[in-house]
Design a protein around this ligand. Sequence first.
Ligand code: ATP
Length: 384
Amino acid sequence: MAAITMKNIVKQYGDGFPAVNDVTLDVQDGEFMILVGPSGCGKSTLLRMIVGLEDITSGEMRIADRVVNRIAPRERNLSMVFQNYALYPHLTVYENIAFPLRLAKTPGDEVERRVKDTAELLELTEHLQRKPANLSGGQRQRVAMGRAIVRQADAFLFDEPLSNLDAKLRGQMRTEISRLQRRLGVTTVYVTHDQTEAMTLGDRVAVLRKGVLQQVGSPRELYEQPSNLFVAGFIGSPSMNFLPATVQDGHLETPLGRFEMDARKAAAVAGRSVVLVGIRPEDFEDASLISDEKRARGTIARAHVDVTEWLGNEQYAYVPYDAPEDLAAQLRDLSRELDSDQLRTQAVVALDAASLINAGEDAELWIDTGKAHIFDPASGENLT
Ligand code: ATP
């Protein structure tokens, strides 16, 4: 096992902006680290630099305390699982899993023992004599994992290993990978663009955008204390609502009503006139279902519900609001961080399944304003 330490890592292809831009990140021994971000953010490039499939333009990469910048991939003792599995179609499951051991000239009886142990761990024992073409997608994925873990590698690297599977299988494999990693305790770096995978699998998550590391933290930290607009909008589903707001004495005036601020928040926005208020869909409730005590410590928004979506355990309501045009225009100018669809003029609200709010009606929504985040619209920084 090994820690992986990245120091000021840069990858420059051609003359554009760097694909990976000055990333400093420590993956601890035995840790499960997720690299997440939208397409093109540089996560695969970073992973490929760890493995050695890509040269490092500048910076220092260490694995188990050894600088590996100039060390060939096969000398790094890492195992990688790719998106497309890369199984050998003409070999059986047994031979696919045994492949790295044969390459390393492992003695035959040890090959047999390790392949059998691995197959058992991954519930592949009864399929050992089959060829990949005769396996389901999930079984193929498990063979690819088997091939990665059969060797005693210092670390496992996964590049979007579940993206070719359907949603149900993806959920199952997620649990299996999580269980396996905990059991083996091997340092793991896992690349995904799927924020659900990021939140459920890792000990820590590193969020990348345009080659730049935005934040590293536990899933809970990213969810509860996103450091900027990008992380706030990326983590959580449906994503956080961002409301334009003017700063008043002791409160914020938003299109969904007044958000009181405690002294700490008031100090954080002192001297500003316009901010973005972030409030998660789950921080709204149907006001008819809550206690008086709760009512007293939030805001009640009287809103028109445009559309509802019922999901069984909860429901989403879409609530259009009027943002003063001058404020919205000012924010569009200020806001370099927001995609246009995030500066929407509707809030997405997650309500209890018991709520009887209907589409096309006016409703009273309670907002847990204490949970609101306040962002600088220009830099995107979370001020709270
Ligand atoms: P995806 O999820 O789509 O795979 P990613 O976050 O993994 O995206 P990378 O594949 O690391 O992103 O790519 C980061 C940036 O580097 C992109 O702008 C991409 O176009 C560019 N890039 C990647 N590989 C090369 C290459 N071999 N030559 C030139 N540019 C490249």
